[in-house]
Design a protein around this ligand. Structure first.
Ligand SMILES: Cc1cc2nc3c(=O)[nH]c(=O)nc-3n(C[C@H](O)[C@H](O)[C@H](O)COP(=O)(O)OP(=O)(O)OC[C@H]3O[C@@H](n4cnc5c(N)ncnc54)[C@H](O)[C@@H]3O)c2cc1C
Length: 395
């Protein structure tokens, strides 16, 4: 494809010229650029790289130009991703808006909603969070009870969400609300966009086992939300909710792959802590586990790429996203367990002398990885979806 070859050449040259050297190194978690009204950049290079990519539309390369995207075809988007991987370029901006809300607005939003929200996501001006789970509605998401009652040109929203990641930093929340309490549970749900600055919205952080506090309880008390912030039809929210989850699960499945770049390579770590005998890892049991992990990780990566190549317009692979979510997150947990097994008691530190920052990071990453097979829907729920909707097995 001559056009694609030309694009590849041009984009590679552009990246070479515009991606600062410091933005071509693995990215620690605290240097991720999330954007938003309170956006912060750890270094001037991070800001420069972000601004250059925004100008090019390459924070969201395949979104249409009129919504702040790069207007690239799916092939060009994949080619750009390949070039960025090859050069080790950091993602200039990461956000729930890019991964989850944007793609569903492109499919289900009105023209006015697309023009209002997509460019702000692309330019990193607004940071979104996800208001799905409630205290009594996690796996059984359709059992949610946050109410939105029509009142003139507004909905009056009351209720509580839980586990809302980064709600305390977010500017807006995309939310599932109950708009018909009498309908069957999947049929009385709507998808609403709410400004976190609206009076009556309140958040309270919750601490994770890893010590970090990435998520919150979110409360809505008589919040007035304009009807124009309803996405899709009234009581049609479940269809949108499911589509968004497919995007979310595809994103979470790739978490392990993304973080691999920012961590020590397992093979190198194994060599340094276990030593070598006759050019091979000295510990035969761990050597075997490491080889199995490496083979499975490679097979998973290739399967993901094949699915992405087969998908039209960059869409997620439908219910098959449950397979990726399940396998990717279990794989990431295995990776963390292996790292822990190699370091032994050195990887069980929390703080204090005797533990290197790398060891402490390993402990916390291992604890954080436990949440991978819960967030975005638990592994058990993914297995249920695979059984019913991918394999078509009877109930
Ligand atoms: C790090 C992290 C970030 C998160 N971020 C967000 C966010 O930003 N926004 C948001 O809305 N939510 C978020 N969540 C919430 C997440 O979506 C829920 O935790 C998840 O859906 C599980 O719901 P639950 O915690 O209520 O567990 P429950 O639904 O109570 O499940 C408890 C256990 O029962 C099992 N189980 C339940 N039902 C079945 C069944 N039918 N068959 C087999 N087993 C079953 C589950 O697998 C699980 O092991 C986050 C969670 C984590 C851990």
């Amino acid at each position: 494809m001559p056009d694609l070859a030309a694009f590849e050449e041009e984009s590679a040259a552009w990246l070479e010229a515009n991606c600062p050297a410091s933005m071509r190194s693995p990215m620690p978690d605290d240097e991720i650029v999330w954007g938003g009204r309170r956006a912060s950049f750890k270094t001037p290079d991070a800001k420069l790289w972000f601004e250059r990519m925004v100008e090019k539309g390459w924070t969201v390369p395949t979104w249409p130009r009129q919504y702040g995207g790069g207007g690239l075809s799916a092939e060009e988007g994949r080619s750009l991703a390949r070039q960025m991987r090859r050069l080790g370029c950091r993602p200039p901006l990461q956000s729930f808006g890019i991964w989850m809300l944007g793609p569903v607005l492109l499919d289900y939003g009105t023209e006015a909603q697309k023009r209002e929200h997509l460019p702000k996501i692309a330019r990193g001006e607004i940071r979104w969070c996800q208001g799905y789970s409630e205290p009594e509605a996690g796996s059984d998401l359709a059992g949610l009870r946050t109410r939105a009652v029509p009142e003139g040109e507004h909905f009056l929203v009351n209720g509580q969400k839980i586990w809302t990641s980064y709600a305390n930093f977010a500017d807006w929340i995309f939310c599932l609300v109950r708009t018909d309490p009498l309908a069957r549970k999947h049929e009385g749900i709507s998808f609403l966009l709410i400004d976190m600055m609206d009076p009556g919205v309140r958040t309270r952080p919750i601490r994770l086992i890893s010590g970090a506090s990435i998520f919150c309880e979110t409360f809505f008390e008589n919040v007035r939300v304009p009807m124009t912030h309803l996405v899709g039809g009234l009581n049609q929210g479940w269809t949108i909710a499911k589509r968004l989850l497919e995007h979310e699960r595809t994103m979470i499945a790739g978490m392990g792959e993304r973080s691999r770049g920012s961590e020590v390579k397992l093979e190198d770590l194994a060599k340094s802590v276990l030593g070598e005998a006759e050019g091979r890892l000295a510990d035969p049991v761990l050597r075997d586990q490491l080889a199995r992990y490496a083979i499975d990780a490679r097979a998973f990566e290739l399967t993901q790429r094949r699915a992405a190549d087969e998908a039209k317009r960059g869409q997620p692979p439908g219910p098959a996203s449950a397979m990726f979510k399940y396998y990717g997150t279990e794989l990431n947990k295995r990776r963390n367990e292996l790292q822990l097994a190699m370091l032994g008691t050195d990887a069980l530190g929390w703080e204090g002398p005797g533990f290197t920052p790398q060891n402490l990071q390993t402990t916390r990453a291992w604890l954080r990885s436990k949440a991978n097979s819960i967030e975005g829907g638990t592994s058990e729920i993914q297995l249920n979806i695979i059984a019913k909707r991918v394999l078509g097995l009877p109930d």
